[in-house]
Structure formats: structure tokens, C-alpha cells
Design a protein around this ligand. Structure first.
Ligand code: SAH
Length: 222
């Protein structure tokens, strides 16, 4: 790996190992998820000025009024997604800086990711190219409608909270597929796991969470 990806000082392997230890203490049990987090260059996904804080278990600003997801929540959602589940195709709503997309790409054959803010997507695509992520496909679009052309998906992960679950996302789940989505007003969001079954959907409450709101339409600013 290039030296700027390996990291030095506050972005070193020791700092990354410490993050994995914290997630383990917080209840993440999957060894492979912890391993991927340990090896993911999170500092590469934030501004250089914030790189020294990249391995803290916190959300950080990424511009356009958005934040990179907290590592714990990324680990938690992916742990639930991969449990007893072979992942061919995964859809992610809310690419943001691309950190979670990169982590997902280590578990799925293909990751399809949608972002409504063009400026964020342009930067994320550049990062995927530098990291040689050939199994990530991106789209500048409104995640509320999903990406039907590539569905159905074995898993769908949503990184922004709508008030209610968008129907198209449920419809784009494969049989046995899992949708992990935060829903609700700011301050009272719940993380849900929705599984597609032979007849209908099973819904399970996972946690209380705090995500940025899921908006409608697209933002073309660069
Ligand atoms: N996992 C990302 C999270 C970024 S924050 C990361 O680690 O960087 C959530 C993202 O969801 C923001 O970039 C926001 O622009 C995006 N978003 C919000 N509503 C959306 C929508 N309707 N369609 C697509 N993306 C949306």
C-alpha cells in the first residue's frame, strides 16, 4: 500500500487497532468486521486537517453539511447485514465520503451506492479509484427511489434517516434480503432491520440512533 494510505503517527496501525478494540468493547463481535475496520484507511476519507481524528469513534464533518458515519454504527450495521448471509449485491443510500462504501465492498461482490450531493460523490469516486475498488458502482440520484436496474439486492444499507421506510427500497430486496435503515424525526430515530420473507416483511428494532435526515431530490453543487 502507498505510504499515505498506511498512515503514520495518529493514523498509524496502533491507532487503528485501538479503534477496533473500542468497537469490540462496545459489543461488535464479528472478527471479520473488526478486521476490515482495523485495515480501512479512514483518514483517507476525511479532510487532511481532520486526519489525526480519523480513528476516533466519532462522526466528523465531510463538507456540504454532512458527516462521515461513526465507525461503531458502520460496524454494527454491517455485522447485522452479513450475519448468515451471502452477499452478492448490496445497495447503499448516502455515499457521503465513501468510507462505509469501502468497508461494504470488502464483504459484497458488488456495492451499488447512491448519493444526492454531486460534490460529495465526485470526491468519493476519486477515492475509490485511488483505492482500486473495482466492485463499487456509484450514482448521483435520490436514494428514495433506490436503483431498480440492478436489483434485487441481498442487502440495503441506508445512511440517512427518512421519516418512514421508502417502499421502493423494500421492493428492491431479494427474498431473504435485509434492509437496515434509520427512521424517524431527529432526536427520536430508530434503526430497523427489515427482512423480506416469502409472504411480506419481518421488522425488527435494533437500536436508537442519530443520523442526518434523508432528503428528497438531488443537489448538483460541486
Ligand atoms: N456513510 C456515509 C454517511 C454520510 S452522511 C459516510 O460515512 O460518509 C449521509 C449521506 O446521505 C449524506 O452524504 C447525504 O447527502 C446523503 N443523503 C441524504 N438523503 C439522501 C437521498 N435521498 N439520496 C441519496 N443520498 C442521500
Amino acid at each position: 500500500m502507498q505510504s499515505d494510505l498506511r498512515g503514520i503517527g495518529m493514523t498509524s496501525q496502533r491507532t487503528r487497532d485501538r479503534l477496533a478494540e473500542i468497537l469490540l468493547e462496545m459489543g461488535i463481535e464479528s472478527e471479520i468486521v473488526l478486521d476490515v475496520i482495523r485495515n480501512a484507511p479512514r483518514h483517507f476519507f476525511v479532510d487532511e486537517a481532520l486526519a489525526t481524528r480519523a480513528y476516533e469513534n466519532t462522526a466528523l464533518p465531510i463538507g456540504f453539511n454532512q458527516t462521515i458515519s461513526q465507525p461503531y454504527i458502520v460496524a454494527k450495521m454491517i455485522e447485522v447485514l452479513i450475519e448468515d448471509n451471502e452477499l452478492q449485491k448490496v445497495l447503499e443510500i448516502g455515499t457521503g465520503c465513501g468510507y462505509q462504501t469501502f468497508v461494504l465492498a470488502q464483504f459484497a461482490k458488488y456495492v451499488y451506492t447512491i448519493e444526492r450531493i454531486n460534490g460529495l460523490l465526485i470526491r468519493a469516486r476519486e477515492r475509490f479509484r485511488k483505492l482500486n475498488c473495482i466492485n463499487i458502482l456509484t450514482k448521483h440520484s435520490d436514494g428514495n427511489i433506490g436503483w431498480p436496474a440492478h436489483g434485487p439486492y441481498d442487502g440495503i444499507i441506508v445512511s440517512a434517516a427518512p421519516i418512514g421506510v421508502p417502499e421502493p427500497l423494500k421492493e428492491q430486496l431479494a427474498l431473504g434480503g435485509r434492509l437496515i435503515i434509520p427512521v424517524g424525526e431527529p432526536g427520536q430515530q430508530k434503526l430497523l432491520l427489515i427482512t423480506r420473507e416469502e409472504e411480506g416483511f419481518n421488522e425488527k428494532l435494533l437500536d436508537s440512533v442519530s443520523f442526518v435526515p434523508m432528503l428528497s431530490g438531488i443537489d448538483a453543487s460541486r
